[in-house]
Write a protein that binds this ligand. Structure first.
Ligand code: BYC
Length: 326
C-alpha cells in the first residue's frame, strides 16, 4: 500500500486494545509521535490525507497569485509577490517531505491529486480578477491559513508540527503584505477603493469556507481532535478568524458582504450569516470556476517536469555505480 523503502513504510503494529490505549496515552501526555514509532494505521492514514492535501493546497495556491506576477503595479510589489509565491512552493515541499515520512511517495501523492482522489483547498478554485485580489488573498486567505495552522504547530505528529512552525512565520509576512495592499488601495482613488471593496466582496465567503464543513458535518474532526492532529474544531477556528478580521476590515473603511454580521456581547464575538454550503461542496467536488484549469496546470507541470526527475534519477544511479567502484 505504501511506497517501499521509505521511513514509516514498516508494517503497523498489531492493533490490540493495549497498543491503542498506550498510543492514546502518549498523545494525552503531549508526546510527539515520530516517523519510526508504532502508530495505528488509521492515524497514519489521516495524517497522509491531511498533510498531502495541505501540500497540494500550497502548490495549487501558487497559481492564482502567480497569475499576477507579470502585472504587479510596481517593482516592489512584484518582488514581494514573487517571494510570497516562492514561499508557498517551499511550504508544499516541506509538507510533501513530512508526508513522505509516513511511507507515501511524492509520485503517489501527485497521482492522487491529478486523479481527483486527493483534495486541495476550495479557495484556490476562484479566479483572481484584479490586482486587489492579491491584497485580499494575502489578508484573508493567508489570515485564515494562519488561524488554522498555528494550532498545527502543536500537532501530535512531530514532522508536521515542525514544518508548520516555519510555514506560520512566513504566512504572517504574507498576511501583512496583503493587508498593506488593501490599505494602500482603500486610501487611494475612488476607483482603487472600489477595487478593494469588490475583492473583499468576492473573497470573504470563500475564505470562511476554507475552515471546512460546520462541526456537525465534519467527518474527521472528532477522531483528529482525540489524536491531537486538530486542536480546534472547524467552527471554532472560523469564529476566531471572523473576530480577528472584522476590525481589520473596519480599519480599512470597507464593508463585509454579510447583512447578519454584528457584534454579540453575550458571546464576546461576531454573529455572522449562513455559509452557502451548496457552493462549498460544488467547489470541493470539482465544479468551481477554476477546478479544471488548476488540475490542467498541475498535470502539465508534472508532465513537463518528467525529464528533470528522470535526469536526477539517472544521476543518482551513476553516482551509486561510481561509489561502488571506488
Ligand atoms: N477545501 O471532516 P472534515 C494555504 C474536505 S492553503 C477542500 O472537516 P478535516 C495557503 C476534507 O478534506 C490552506 N476540501 O476534514 C496556500 C474532507 O474530505 P476527505 C490549506 C475540504 O480534514 C497558498 C471533507 O471535506 N490548509 O495555507 O478534519 C496561499 C470533510 O471535512 C475543505 C490546510 O490544508 C476545503 N476548504 O478538516 C495562501 C490545513 N474543508 O479528505 C494560503 C490543514 C474540508 O475526507 N488541513 N474539506 O476527502 C486542515 O486543517 C483540515 O484538513 C481542514 C478540514 C480543516 C481543511
Amino acid at each position: 500500500m505504501y511506497a517501499q523503502g521509505l521511513i514509516g513504510s514498516s508494517q503497523d503494529t498489531e492493533e490490540t486494545p493495549e497498543f491503542l490505549a498506550a498510543f492514546q496515552a502518549r498523545i494525552d501526555a503531549d508526546e510527539k509521535i515520530e516517523p519510526k514509532d508504532p502508530m495505528p494505521a488509521a492515524y497514519r492514514k489521516t495524517l497522509i490525507r491531511q498533510i498531502g492535501q495541505h501540500a497540494h493546497s500550497e502548490i495549487v495556491g501558487m497559481l492564482p497569485e502567480g497569475n499576477w506576477i507579470t502585472r504587479a503595479p510596481t517593482l516592489r510589489r512584484k518582488a514581494a509577490l514573487l517571494a510570497k509565491v516562492q514561499d508557498e512552493g517551499g511550504h508544499g515541499l516541506y509538507l510533501y517531505s513530512a508526508a513522505e515520512t509516513l511511507g507515501i511517495s511524492r509520485d503517489q501523492m501527485t497521482e492522487e491529486l491529478l486523479s481527483g482522489k486527493a483534495k486541495y483547498s476550495s479557495i484556490f478554485n476562484y479566479p483572481t480578477l484584479t490586482w486587489a485580489d492579491i491584497g485580499a488573498i494575502g489578508w484573508l486567505v493567508d489570515g485564515a491559513a494562519i488561524m488554522n495552522q498555528v494550532p498545527l504547530c502543536r500537532c501530535s505528529y512531530g514532522p508536521y508540527a515542525r514544518a508548520m512552525i516555519r510555514v506560520c512565520k512566513e504566512e504572517s509576512f504574507h498576511q501583512r503584505q496583503g493587508y498593506e495592499i488593501m490599505l494602500t488601495l482603500s486610501r487611494g482613488s475612488d476607483e482603487q477603493k472600489e477595487m478593494a471593496q469588490d475583492a473583499l466582496n468576492r473573497w470573504w465567503w470563500p475564505s470562511l469556507m476554507m475552515f471546512g464543513p460546520s462541526d456537525g458535518d465534519s467527518q474527521h474532526s472528532d477522531q483528529s481532535t482525540r489524536w491531537k492532529i486538530k486542536r480546534f474544531t472547524n467552527d471554532a477556528l472560523r469564529q476566531k478568524f471572523v473576530d480577528a478580521t472584522v476590525p481589520q476590515g473596519e480599519k480599512l473603511g470597507l464593508t463585509f458582504p454579510d447583512p447578519d454580521l454584528k457584534w454579540n456581547d453575550d458571546k464576546g464575538g461576531y454573529d455572522f450569516g449562513e455559509i452557502d454550503w451548496d457552493e462549498f461542496w460544488r467547489v470541493v467536488k470539482g465544479q468551481g470556476r477554476m477546478n479544471v484549469d488548476r488540475i490542467a496546470a498541475r498535470r502539465k507541470a508534472w508532465e513537463d517536469g518528467a525529464w528533470v526527475r528522470e535526469a536526477a534519477m539517472a544521476h543518482v544511479e551513476k553516482r551509486k555505480t561510481q561509489m561502488a567502484a571506488e
